[in-house]
Design a protein around this ligand. Sequence first.
Ligand code: GLU
Length: 496
Amino acid sequence: MKVRVRFAPSPTGPLHIGGLRTALFNYLFAKKHQGDFILRVEDTDQSRLVEGAVKYIQDALKWLGIPPDESPAHTGDYGPYRQSERKKTYEEHAMRLIHEGKAYYAFDSTEQLDALRKEAEGKGVKFIYNHKNRDTLNNSLHIGSNKTSKLLEEKHPFVIRFKSPPNQQLHLQDMIRGQIAIDSNLLDDKILFKSDGFPTYHLANVVDDHLMAISHVIRGEEWLPSLALHYLLYQAFEWTPPKFAHLPLLLKPQGKGKLSKRDGEKGGFPVFPLSWGESIGFKESGYLSNATLNFLALLGWNEGVEQEIYSLDELKQRFEIARVNKSGARFDIDKLKWFNHHYIQQSSNSFLAKTLQNQQHTLSSFSLESLEHFIGLVKERETYISDIYTNNIYFFEPPLTYDPKALKKQIKEDTSDLLSEFATKIKNLAVFNTEALSNCLTTYCEEKNTGLGRIMAPVRLSLVGELRGPSIYEIMVFIGKESTLQRIDNLIQHTS
Ligand code: GLU
């Protein structure tokens, strides 16, 4: 049987980073087994739809480099790929269960149900709509077929509920958790079809997984409580269920509790792959997609070896669902920074130059060649693409301030004179390259009988504003002779 897995988000907002991890694990599992990875949009909850969310999801998958084989944008043989376009199918399946006595119409109003809930609460118990009380409630099982037909004719609002079978010991299988035993008496008669004419998640999800020939369902742990109902639905339709795997939760960086949007705000890191409104995404924060992918792959999965750096191709070969952990995976943002630093170093300067130029419009007038050269000089110290620019802005603009501590330490009485004399020397250089500059400084220091640092440090201060950065000769060549002289003069003016 061909492996077919699906990522089935509800477009109720931007994709959370945990959702992207679910998509990645589905993708890796599919590719490991030469299977298909499908994107199905679960948009049956009309009240929660958010415009732009479907496009966002598709863009996020594209950015991570895990494109679906079938999706609303790239349809295959099992469409439509949006549940809102499959309404009729769900209706037919709900009716089938009704006709076979496996589901029933329920006419209970919200007020009636609320009153029952309150009454149960008063007795210290929880109200469950199921085999214990369904014969006493306002539904087709209790009121009979004549009354039911009349209410339906009168267009009385109704829902369709699943008739959970009592007294069954269910043995559910999960590829990560093993066998899970559930007593069906504990289940309630879940709504399959709502009064607005749309199916609920449970019905639509099971029907679609079957009709789309999904072989393995890989989804977040929050769906584990629904597994028993889904098994029963497969049983009711007389279908073979797919295999299931419920992925562990992503935990806060501190390790306790589920990762939330607020953790990102508190810890100053994104929780969405791409920017969404005011929320900055991983991409826009300067994280590379291959670093993010490597990081996500290890959130809950490992091969049991030391290796941490994996390319997408390696992951496609080595990913094993059986090696996914049961317990939650700590979202350690420092680890992602470490990956990002690593992948920045591995990336070609030409890739980084193009990416940086796309992000920083002020760099559009620079040639890619010079940006590549610049990146080669500074990337070793940098973790984010954006920092390559912001931490080294002195390559593009003269410093506006000088580090006061450095000024105090480096500027002596004779510094101005030494600097202006050195400036004259470099002004007269016929060739302005690193070698010539280095020779010029060495010769000048010999002439003055002084150590290199006496001049080099103030020159660096004039160029950078601080005592950091790559070789001063490289900076001088990059900014050019005129700017170099101007910056040296600026410092002389500032200190005299
Ligand atoms: N629409 C559900 C979600 O957004 C899908 C759950 C599943 O994969 O079954 O999480």
